[in-house]
Design a binder for this molecule. Structure first.
Ligand SMILES: [Fe+2]
Length: 307
């Protein structure tokens, strides 16, 4: 590897299929743009921070399509699951959004197993010279699934990084919205719902943070929010990553920037730099079907462009 080298983080790609009850070709075209820009940068590897598919948790073929897409790239790709790939974070109470049954949308054993079958792992630990990258499936936390037990046991077994290593943690949900110590948001309250939807609850937040400290984490990159933002807490940089599919939450923080793009990390002998790379063009192609999380009864496959 050269003295100075690069890796890329991209998230919230949400490539869909015209075989589905909904499809936004603009998001597929945006990924093609991002992919070309990433290839031109010649990174040593690519990290995908979840939500690679529009509805991979419903359609296995969307996961397989993205696996095949990543396999054609000329560098290794490390992928974590997002909620659109394997199901949402768990709740036993549903929120106030119409046609959204939060209790039914949580990750299940079979959704997690399906992602694992296609991508090989739900959590992983990779090293490239002085950079260590750890990826997890944070939606498992609080699910009560056997995969949660396995992942937590693995998390507790992680060894501390070497003193000369940059340790990058990759997860889909944000660890917190405004501050680590904020209490859990109330899913039933309209003005708190999206804060609940985008963040990890205590006590899982505390568990993860204790592991970050133990391994010597320097940076945590999350996705899911589709809006760039940075916070530093106890020496760890929390980077909220941009999306490539569509922007949202532009007024959530003073530094919030929902511009579509990806993160480019440059590893130098004395430092790790990151910069935002905007998409050089964004598609306006129109698609069909509902947004959000419609129940199965509202998924109309007769709309599909490809039968
Ligand atoms: Fe997401």
């Amino acid at each position: 590897m050269a003295e100075t080298w690069k890796f890329i983080h991209a998230a919230d790609i949400q490539v869909g299929s015209p075989r589905s009850f909904r499809f936004q070709p603009a998001w597929n075209e945006n990924w093609e743009t991002a992919k070309q820009q990433i290839i031109e940068k010649k990174p040593e590897f690519l990290i995908v921070g979840g939500d690679l598919t529009r509805d991979g948790y419903i359609h296995r073929y969307e996961l397989e399509q993205m696996k095949s897409d990543f396999d054609q790239l000329p560098f290794p790709v490390h992928v974590i699951a997002g909620n659109m790939d394997a199901g949402n974070k768990h709740t036993q109470i549903t929120g106030p959004i119409e046609n959204r049954d939060d209790t039914a949308l949580g990750i299940t054993y079979s959704m997690a197993a399906q992602f694992q079958e296609v991508f090989g792992a739900l959590w992983w630990d990779a090293e490239y010279e002085e950079v260590r990258v750890i990826g997890i499936c944070d939606m498992l936390l609080g699910s009560g699934l056997p995969q949660e037990t396995e992942m937590v046991s693995w998390l507790k077994s992680l060894k501390p990084s070497g003193a000369n290593q940059y340790t990058i943690w990759v997860m889909h949900y944000a660890l917190y919205m405004d501050s680590f110590s904020e209490p859990n948001f109330d899913i039933t309250k309209k003005d708190q719902y999206f804060n609940w939807y985008f963040s990890v609850d205590h006590p899982h937040r505390d568990l993860l943070f204790s592991i970050f400290k133990k391994v010597g984490c320097t940076t945590v990159i999350s996705g899911h929010i589709h809006c760039r933002h940075t916070d530093v807490f106890e020496g760890i940089t929390f980077t909220y990553a941009p999306a490539t599919c569509f922007p949202q939450f532009e007024h959530r923080w003073c530094d919030a920037d929902p511009t579509l793009g990806f993160l480019e990390y440059t590893v130098c002998p004395e430092a790790l730099h990151n910069k935002f790379v905007p998409l050089r063009s964004t598609s306006t192609a129109e698609g069909y079907g509902p947004g959000g999380h419609p129940p199965a009864s509202m998924r109309d496959y007769s709309l599909a462009w490809e039968k």
